[in-house]
Design a protein around this ligand. Structure first.
Ligand code: NAP
Length: 325
């Protein structure tokens, strides 16, 4: 029996590719555009599954989806699926799956690490030691920032947001949150207005989905409301923050500092970031441990293989609920 045809839109972990090959005939989209066209010309009419992720650099947009008339399932490596046109997928009855839960604790750890690095300047302090300046110049400076006198305003209080809030509360920080709706199972105080929350706190932690709805949600107005003691941490998506506004706010001290794990145009980020001193920069490492990436990879496989076996996918996204293949 011939296996169903699956396309990987970019490099996937061996753990994914090797397992998918048991149940699918797997093709990988080449990097060069002309090679891509040649491959798509051959296989597009037969493709029923796609394995993708924000890291492949290929948007699963309406134009790409239009190439695959028989497409039934898309397995996304990552919980955020803003690089996939889910509205078009939903209209065509294509099931989109993602990797929730398996990465929640890792990303929450990273968020706290980024917050601590930003507030207490651990990166620059280590560089000071490595440069031999401790013995020459004396102790590293006392940091103007501390978690001891801060209140955390969460922008987004979903799976990862709640894991971050739990950690911040354990660190002794008062926590409040903003999202479109008040969560019945969350006891932290809720704000329905982002500016009002930004005025009430000095530290913002952004952990919403990306996409059109949250684009530039953290803008000059929010940063001004956060104020001169303000710290902004973004572990969501680069697009949620108006980067020029943030850069200006950091340079003219509208806020104190920022910590960013995500950027516009990753991985080719705006080079101006390198010359902004009061920002901590992580190269999108939120979930990037072997343990967690293996868990995510396995979930991508399980979702796609479920299609090949005629079983229900484990984690379809809310916009494309599973009603049968
Ligand atoms: P989730 O459980 O769906 O939570 C999303 C939260 O964002 C909810 O509280 C939701 O509440 C809120 N939200 C959604 N749209 C909003 C809007 N327009 N305005 C304000 N709040 C909004 O998702 P999750 O598992 O926690 O993941 C969240 C995001 O984290 C992912 O989508 C991804 O972008 C990002 N992420 C980053 C990394 C990394 O490596 N840095 C890793 C994993 C995930 P309401 O629906 O009530 O608004």
């Amino acid at each position: 029996m011939t296996k169903p045809v699956l396309l990987e839109t970019g490099p996937m972990m061996d753990l994914i590719s090797s397992q998918l090959a048991n149940d699918f005939t797997v093709h990988r989209l080449p990097a060069a555009a002309s090679d891509r066209e040649a491959l798509l010309g051959k296989i597009a009419g037969d493709v029923v599954g796609i394995a993708t992720g924000g890291h492949t650099g290929v948007k699963t947009d309406a134009a790409l989806l239009a190439r695959f008339p028989k497409l039934r399932v898309i397995g996304n490596f990552g919980v955020g699926y803003d690089s996939i046109d889910v509205a078009t997928a939903a209209k065509r009855g294509i099931i989109v799956t993602n990797t929730p839960d398996v990465l929640t604790e890792e990303v929450a750890d990273t968020a706290l690490g980024l917050l601590l690095n930003t507030v207490r300047e651990f990166g620059p302090a280590e560089q000071y030691l490595r440069a031999g300046e401790w013995a020459k110049k004396g102790d590293y400076r006392l940091t103007p920032g501390s978690l001891r006198d801060r209140t955390l305003g969460m922008v987004g209080m979903g799976r990862i947001g709640q894991a971050i809030a739990k950690r911040a509360a354990a660190f002794g920080m008062p926590v409040v949150y903003f999202s479109r709706s008040k969560k019945s199972d969350v006891a932290f105080p809720y704000y329905s207005n982002l500016i009002e929350m930004a005025k009430a706190v000095d530290t913002l932690m952004v952990i919403t989905p990306g996409g059109a709805e949250t684009k530039n949600m953290i803008n000059a107005g929010v940063l001004a409301a956060l104020g001169a003691r303000g710290i902004l941490i973004n572990v969501a998506r680069g697009t949620v923050v108006d980067e020029p506004a943030l850069m200006a706010a950091l340079r003219n001290k509208t806020i104190q500092a920022a910590g960013l794990d995500v950027f516009w145009n990753e991985p080719t980020i705006n080079p101006e970031w390198m010359s902004v001193p009061n920002v901590t920069l992580f190269p999108h490492v939120g979930s990037a441990s072997v343990y967690t990436r293996d868990g995510m990879g396995q979930l991508v496989v399980d979702n796609l293989v479920a299609f090949a076996k005629g079983e229900a996918p484990k984690t379809p996204v809310a916009e494309t609920p599973f009603k049968g293949w």
